[in-house]
Design a protein around this ligand. Structure first.
Ligand code: FES
Length: 143
């Protein structure tokens, strides 16, 4: 897999957790379970996790019908979770992030979250390269 070496960030983390609180997720007024956003942010800060596993509180991620959706990005691998109902489910994510911190790298997600995993796309697509190196659409090439 080729890597872009022209763009870099110093804000590298082991992973990123996107917690949805969009038009449906966490909307108790629509009958969905609460997403403990303030508690989760405090917990992330208390455990000094932001520079290890980035927490993003997100608008709608798309699959609203799964309700209370979380996307965990681990390197190039996305893991979609849906149907989280209780604070303990979000606590499991914080525990996992702490475990990554203590291990100095990624560790598997806790088994307690496995039942919430879902497939987000019609079928999994795997490419040898993420970008089509044979395409000729680049404005830079035309300059
Ligand atoms: S509001 Fe969470 S996926 Fe749409």
């Amino acid at each position: 897999m080729s890597r872009n070496t022209e763009v870099a960030t110093t804000r590298k983390t082991f992973a990123q957790v996107l917690v949805c609180v969009g038009c449906c997720c966490g909307r108790t007024d629509k009958g969905h379970p609460e997403v403990p956003v303030d508690w989760l942010k405090q917990e992330w800060r208390r455990r000094l996790l932001p520079k290890k596993v980035h927490l993003t509180i997100s608008g709608c991620l798309g699959p609203c019908d799964a309700t209370n959706v979380v996307l965990v990005m681990m390197g190039d691998r996305p893991v979609w979770l849906g149907g989280l109902e209780h604070r303990e489910h979000y606590a499991a994510l914080a525990d996992w992030a702490s475990a990554c911190d203590q291990a100095g790298g990624l560790v598997p997600l806790p088994a307690s979250l496995a039942r919430f995993r879902m497939e987000r796309f019609h079928e999994r697509q795997y490419y040898e390269n993420d970008f089509d190196e044979d395409s000729c659409c680049s404005n830079e090439d035309a300059a």
